[in-house]
Design a protein around this ligand. Structure first.
Ligand SMILES: Nc1ncnc2c1ncn2[C@@H]1O[C@H](COP(=O)(O)OP(=O)(O)OP(=O)(O)O)[C@@H](O)[C@H]1O
Ligand SMILES: [Mg+2]
Length: 263
C-alpha cells in the first residue's frame, strides 16, 4: 500500500517545498517509487523541477475532471527521473479553490484523484501551500501522514497549536487514518545558542500539544541546516541532493529520510 504524506505548515517559507523535493529525491534513489504532487498555486515545486504547467494537464485539471466525474484520456504524469514522477501545478489552482465552494464532498476531491493512481507508487508526497484553506483540507483528507517543517524563528506554539487543532478536527470528522509523523526543524544554524534554546522551547510546546490533542508525534532528531547551496541548487533547477550530494543539507535530508522511514 502506498503512503501519502502531506508537507504542511500555514506559515510561508519554512522549507515545505525544499523538504518535499529532497525527501522525494532520497526515496527515489533508494529505489522507492515516488509521486510528487505540487499542491500550491505558487507552483514553486513545479518550477524547481524545471517544468512549466501553464496550459497543460496539471493538478487543477485533474481536480476539475474529478468534480465533473470525467475520465481523462491523456497521460498527465510527468516522469522526472527513475522512480520519480510529478503532477505539476500552475497558478490556476487558486481558481479551483474558489470553485470548490459549491461542490459536494468538496474536501474529498484530491483524495479521489489520488485513489486512481496510488497503487503505482510506494510514496505520494504532497507539497502544500502556506494556508489552512480548502486546498490544505483536501490534502489532509487525502493523506495518511504529515510532516511539519518549522524554522527556528518560527517556533510559535500558537501557530503550531492552530495547525494541530485543524489536523485533529479533520482526523475526527473525515480522515481517521491521519497521523502526524512529526516536526522537522529546517534552516537551523546549530552553532548558535539561540537555535539550541529554540529547539528546547519547541520540544516543550510539542509535549503539551501532544497531550492536549492526544496525538503521537515527535520532533525529528535530524535537523536541516541552513546553507546558501540550497538557493544555488534551485537556481540550477536541481535538488540539493543532485546539485551537491556531499553538502551538509544533502546529508541531513538523507538522515531525515532514514529516521522518518524507521519511525
Ligand atoms: N536548508 C536551507 N538552507 C538555506 N535556504 C533554504 C533551506 N531550505 C529552504 N531554503 C530557502 O528558503 C526559501 C523558502 O523555502 P521553501 O520554498 O522550501 O519554503 P516553503 O515553506 O515551501 O515556502 P512557501 O510557504 O512559500 O511554499 C527558499 O528560497 C529556499 O530556497
Ligand atoms: Mg512551498
Amino acid at each position: 500500500m502506498s503512503k501519502t504524506t502531506a508537507i504542511i505548515n500555514q506559515k510561508g517559507g519554512v522549507g515545505k517545498t525544499t523538504t518535499a523535493l529532497n525527501l522525494s529525491y532520497v526515496l527515489s534513489e533508494n529505489r522507492e517509487k515516488v509521486l510528487l504532487i505540487d499542491f500550491d498555486p505558487q507552483a514553486s515545486l513545479t518550477a524547481a523541477l524545471g517544468y512549466n504547467a501553464d496550459n497543460k494537464i496539471n493538478i487543477q485539471t485533474l481536480m476539475a475532471a474529478a468534480i465533473e466525474e470525467n475520465e481523462l484520456e491523456e497521460d498527465y504524469i510527468i516522469n522526472i527521473k527513475d522512480n520519480l514522477d510529478l503532477i505539476p501545478c500552475s497558478l490556476e489552482l487558486a481558481g479551483i479553490e474558489m470553485s470548490l465552494v459549491n461542490v459536494m464532498s468538496r474536501e474529498m476531491v484530491l483524495k479521489s484523484v489520488i485513489e486512481n493512481i496510488e497503487d503505482n507508487y510506494d510514496h505520494i508526497i504532497i507539497d502544500c501551500s502556506p494556508s489552512l484553506g480548502m486546498l490544505t483540507i483536501n490534502a489532509l483528507a487525502a493523506c495518511n501522514s504529515i510532516i511539519i517543517p518549522v524554522t527556528p524563528e518560527y517556533l510559535s506554539a500558537k501557530g503550531l497549536g492552530l495547525l494541530i487543532n485543524n489536523i485533529s478536527k479533520i482526523r475526527k470528522k473525515i480522515n481517521p487514518n491521519l497521523t502526524v509523523d512529526g516536526i522537522l526543524i529546517t534552516m537551523i544554524n546549530e552553532r548558535t545558542h539561540l537555535s539550541k534554546e529554540m529547539t528546547r522551547v519547541l520540544n516543550e510546546s510539542v509535549d503539551s500539544i501532544k497531550n492536549k490533542f492526544n496525538l503521537d508525534m515527535k520532533v525529528f532528531q535530524s535537523k536541516i541546516p541552513i546553507s546558501v547551496k540550497v538557493g544555488e541548487a534551485i537556481m540550477n533547477r536541481k535538488s540539493i541532493i543532485e546539485y551537491n550530494p556531499k553538502n551538509k543539507v544533502s546529508e541531513s535530508y538523507k538522515d531525515f529520510a532514514r529516521e522518518w522511514r524507521e519511525w
